[in-house]
Design a binder for this molecule. Structure first.
Ligand code: APR
Length: 240
C-alpha cells in the first residue's frame, strides 16, 4: 500500500497536503477540550472562542489564549512535520501545504507559505478594522494590547466559531486542490467545511486522494488509498 503511494508521490507534478489536528497528535498538542482543565473546565467553547465572547470578556478570552499559547510553546514539531518541510525544500514548487491547525508547528518545522486556513494562535490581529490611529504603543503584560486613541483591541489571529475563513487563503487552497494531481489528507476528521471540501474538489478534478489516519473518516469514500497509520510514522516513510 505504502509503496504504491510512494510511486504516486514520485510521479506527481503537484502534491497538495491537507492536515488537521491528528497531524500534531504525536507532538502532544492538547486539543481545545484537553486544554480546558482547572478553572477553564466550566466554560463552553462559545464562552472562549467567539467574537461575542471576546467583546464581552476580552480579558478572559485573552487569558484562555495565553494558556493555550503556553501549552503549544512547550511542544515540538514531530517527524511528520519535518518530513513535509524537508520534502518541500528538496522539491521546490511541488508541494502546497494547507492546514486547519493553528499551532504553527508546520512553520516551526521549516515549512514556508503554509496556508493556515484557521489562522495562527501565535499571532494577533485588530478586532475592528484598523483606523489611521491604530497602533500599540505600550504592551501591558497579560492584557490584550489596545490602541490608546480609539480603544481598538488586538485579538488572537484564529478563526473563531461563526467566523469566515480568510477568503484569500481559501482561494489559494482551492486553486491548489484543483491543480494538484495528488492530495494527501493527514490527521483530519474530514467533517469540518470548507476545509474537508478541498479533498472533494481534488477528487472531482481528477487528483488521487490518499488519507493518512488511523481511524476511518467520511473522506475515505473519495480516497484511492487509506493508510491507517499515525502521521509521524507514515509521512517520513512516504516522503523521505
Ligand atoms: N495521525 C494521523 N491522524 C490522527 C492521529 C495521528 N497520530 N491521531 C488522531 N488522528 C486523527 C483522528 O482519527 C481524527 O480523524 O485526526 C483526526 C482529528 O480530528 P479532529 O480532532 O476533529 O480535528 P480536525 O479534523 O483537524 O478538526 C477540524 O475543527 O475543531 C475545529 O477548527 C478546529 O481545525 C479544527 C477543525
Amino acid at each position: 500500500m505504502r509503496d504504491t503511494v510512494r510511486g504516486w508521490i514520485r510521479e506527481a507534478r503537484h502534491i497538495a497536503v491537507l492536515t488537521g489536528a491528528g497531524m500534531s497528535a504525536e507532538s502532544g498538542v492538547p486539543t481545545f477540550r484537553d486544554a480546558q482543565t482547572g478553572l477553564w473546565s466550566k466554560f463552553n467553547p462559545q464562552d472562549l472562542a467567539t467574537e461575542a465572547a471576546f467583546r464581552a470578556h476580552p480579558q478572559r478570552v485573552w487569558d484562555w489564549y495565553a494558556h493555550r499559547r503556553e501549552m503549544i510553546d512547550r511542544v515540538e514539531p514531530n517527524a511528520g512535520h519535518v518530513a513535509l518541510a524537508t520534502y518541500a525544500l528538496r522539491h521546490p514548487g511541488r508541494l502546497t501545504l494547507i492546514t486547519q491547525n493553528v499551532d504553527g508547528l508546520h512553520q516551526r518545522a521549516g515549512s514556508v507559505d503554509v496556508l493556515a486556513l484557521h489562522g495562527n494562535i501565535a499571532e494577533d490581529q485588530w478586532l475592528d478594522a484598523p483606523r489611521a490611529c491604530c497602533q500599540v504603543d505600550a504592551i501591558e503584560a497579560g492584557h490584550p494590547p489596545r490602541c490608546q486613541v480609539c480603544g481598538n483591541l488586538r485579538r488572537p489571529a484564529v478563526v473563531w466559531f461563526g467566523e469566515h475563513l480568510s477568503a484569500a487563503t481559501l482561494e489559494v487552497a482551492e486553486l491548489a486542490a484543483r491543480d494538484c494531481n495528488l492530495m494527501l489528507v493527514v490527521g483530519t476528521s474530514g467533517e469540518v467545511y470548507p476545509a474537508a471540501g478541498l479533498a472533494l474538489i481534488a477528487h472531482q478534478c481528477g487528483a488521487r486522494v490518499v488519507i493518512v489516519n488511523p481511524e476511518p473518516t467520511p473522506l475515505d469514500a473519495v480516497a484511492e488509498q487509506c493508510l491507517p497509520e499515525p502521521a509521524a510514522v507514515c509521512l517520513p516513510q512516504l516522503l523521505l
